[in-house]
Design a protein around this ligand. Sequence first.
Ligand SMILES: Nc1ncnc2c1ncn2[C@@H]1O[C@H](COP(=O)(O)OP(=O)(O)OP(=O)(O)O)[C@@H](O)[C@H]1O
Length: 308
Amino acid sequence: MQSIISVQALTKAYASGHQALKGIDLDIRRGEIFALLGPNGAGKTTLISIICGIVNPSSGVVLADGHDIVRDYRAARSKIGLVPQELSTDSFETVWATVNFSRGLFGKPANPALVEKLLRELSLWDKRDSRIMALSGGMKRRVMIAKALSHEPQILFLDEPTAGVDVELRRDMWEMVHRLRASGVTIILTTHYIEEAEQMADRIGVISQGRIILVEEKARLMAQLGKKQLSLQLQSPLAAIPEEFAQYPLELSADGQTLVYTFDAQGEQTGIAPLLRRLGDHGIDFKSLSSSESSLEDIFVSLVRQPR
Ligand SMILES: Nc1ncnc2c1ncn2[C@@H]1O[C@H](COP(=O)(O)OP(=O)(O)OP(=O)(O)O)[C@@H](O)[C@H]1O
């Protein structure tokens, strides 16, 4: 299947000299919900801004539904809706006018029925005649979403959609994202909330220091989530793991006091019982044992901490 967004060898150096993107290759599949995770300053907004034509790339190629975002800007941009992190809209306009105007910017004929549907779905219909400046922060954000969807884009970018929004708006947003996906729209969201990525995304990409360091099906990441560790506090320290145990996923702590066994908690067999038996056969006794489970957050933190 042809990807709806294709990013190839993309770099960005800002005028300050800061290298925000250091060679990004990324394919977004048609119809998926893709979550881009990364710490502050990783390059998420820069990447999205380039794909949406707001920031110029230094080198590399981006195709949106087959259109080059630089050479064929208008066609590429018409496929894309963007809900930016920061609210930016004319605050003297009414909700109704601003959403209709956004549609017109893309050269689309007026479609009051579509705008009405959008405003109703986003609980903005009652506010259609209000000026933007008179709305609450959450309502303004809903307006930004309505604007982004006004020209019926095939691809929707949500940059930190739920940062600082209340529970109700977050729920509405998630429902809307699922509805849009069901209608064939591809959704790319950035988030600091790993829980959000877990709940919403089909695939997860992790960006750190201007590089994509992981792209994975969420289901596979969840399988990693199921990894557990069993720590055995030994009676007497070991200098090294005996050769007989080479095939076991065992690690010895630096002081030789603790053996750590990593296993798949979702697997049918943990392998713990035979391991403990074999350790006993070799005279390796332990004082106590404890287990722990890694979370997606642990995986994420350890990924972005690794210097690359
Ligand atoms: N206009 C600019 N000029 C110079 N440097 C910039 C500019 N915009 C962003 N940067 C730098 O580029 C890096 C990436 O920024 P970017 O906003 O893309 O990160 P981010 O992953 O979206 O972060 P956050 O999660 O904080 O929004 C940062 O170090 C930032 O300071």
